[in-house]
Design a protein around this ligand. Structure first.
Ligand code: ATP
Ligand code: FE2
Length: 344
């Protein structure tokens, strides 16, 4: 057998990761060498309005079995092949997190393999690094529940800037609902706004609130919604203006973090990373600092089990195992409180 034919130990080690922080229930399977073998997901779509946590949790309990079986089929492995089970331990919505944790505990107990609690925000960063090859980036993580700029410093992912009120994705989603937009063909509201914004021509002045390294989006949301209600501007212009203001704010704080840390990579991750206009703006600021721009592939941008599985392998190989009797969920588990011993 030549060197290249040799199979390493990690080729036969697999982590199954369960994601259930909000509206998606996902099960991913990662090989310890970084190959993603499965990324099955079922999303809960509210009949109207935002996510109702208990309804979403009920949905997760109903689809858990199906999504689990789908992931194993996709990965072409059997439950007995799994090395460990990881799950999103927080931050997120209590009922949703608890449903995922219950499934994870049951599987780990039944299969008699270790359980690994994973921080959801760290997982968004780690899947971005794995898929793009970035090693030490300044990361803009923008999703429905989070908007923050982080970078690794002194043993942890430190938060260099964040929203003081609502998250970027939430701002877009609430605006979208107020505008009567629908999740057509399963597309998120942020994507619907992106499509309308492409047809916008006139920039309406809206609140732009950056305070030090942080930003605030609630005033922008109110002002954009008010513009809609006044019916003076076409919806395309309001979508365009909302995006331009919000994205310029997150780009500004990302640029500050980049200048401060002098890192050479920028990573864009989280559900809003799918937005092409946001990608373009961040790429522009990145290039001004001679850094490389990296964006998480779309299938790993929104919540997914693969990122939990991959982060589970990193934690497990560095001795981070969660005893079942300590596996309570942490609704507000901040990224800067998480040990990441796999980074030097
Ligand atoms: P968390 O905050 O816990 O990470 P989440 O469930 O809100 O979780 P994601 O699935 O990562 O997070 O992101 C969903 C968000 O991404 C929604 O707000 C959605 O509107 C937004 N989004 C998805 N596609 C686009 C797009 N093309 N443009 C803008 N926003 C988008
Ligand atoms: Fe997320």
């Amino acid at each position: 057998m030549t060197n290249t034919q040799k199979t390493s130990l990690t080729d036969n080690m697999y982590c199954l990761g369960i994601e259930s922080t909000a509206d998606d229930f996902g099960v991913g399977i990662a090989r310890f060498n970084g190959e993603i073998l499965a990324n099955a997901v079922e999303g809960y779509v509210p009949i109207e309005g935002g996510i109702h946590p208990r309804e979403a949790a009920r949905h997760h309990a109903e689809v858990a079995d199906k999504v689990f079986c789908q992931a194993l089929t996709d990965a072409k492995i059997k439950p007995k092949d799994l090395t460990c089970i990881s799950f999103s331990m927080g931050p997120g919505l209590g009922p949703c997190l608890r449903t995922g944790a219950t499934v994870a505990r049951a599987l780990a107990s039944y299969l008699q393999i270790p359980l690994v609690g994973v921080n959801h925000s760290v997982a968004h960063i780690e899947i971005g690094k794995l898929e793009t090859g970035a090693t030490d980036p300044v990361t803009l993580y923008a999703s429905g529940g989070n908007t923050m700029v982080t970078a690794f410093e002194s043993k942890r992912y430190r938060v260099f800037g964040e929203t003081l009120d609502i998250a970027l994705g939430n701002c877009l989603d609430v605006f979208g609902r107020q505008a009567g937009l629908k999740n057509q063909k399963g597309l998120p509201l942020g994507a619907a706004i992106e499509q309308l914004a492409l047809k916008g021509k006139n920039l309406i002045t809206l609140p732009y609130v950056v305070k030090g390294m942080d930003l605030s989006l609630s005033g922008l949301l109110t002002a954009a919604t008010t513009q809609l209600q006044k019916e003076k501007h076409p919806i395309e212009d309001v979508c365009y203006s909302l995006q331009e203001h919000a994205f310029a704010m997150v780009a500004e704080i990302t640029e500050r973090a980049l200048a401060h840390t002098e890192k050479k990579e920028v990573l864009l991750t989280g559900g809003v990373a799918a937005n092409k206009r946001l990608q373009t703006m961040l790429k522009a600021i990145t290039e001004e600092h001679d850094a490389s721009f990296n964006v998480v592939p779309q299938k790993f941008a929104t919540d997914n089990g693969a990122m939990i599985a991959w982060t589970g392998t990193l934690a497990y190989t560095h001795g981070l195992i969660t005893p079942i009797n300590e596996s309570y969920v942490k609704l507000r588990w901040r990224v800067d409180k998480v040990d990441v011993p796999w980074i030097n």
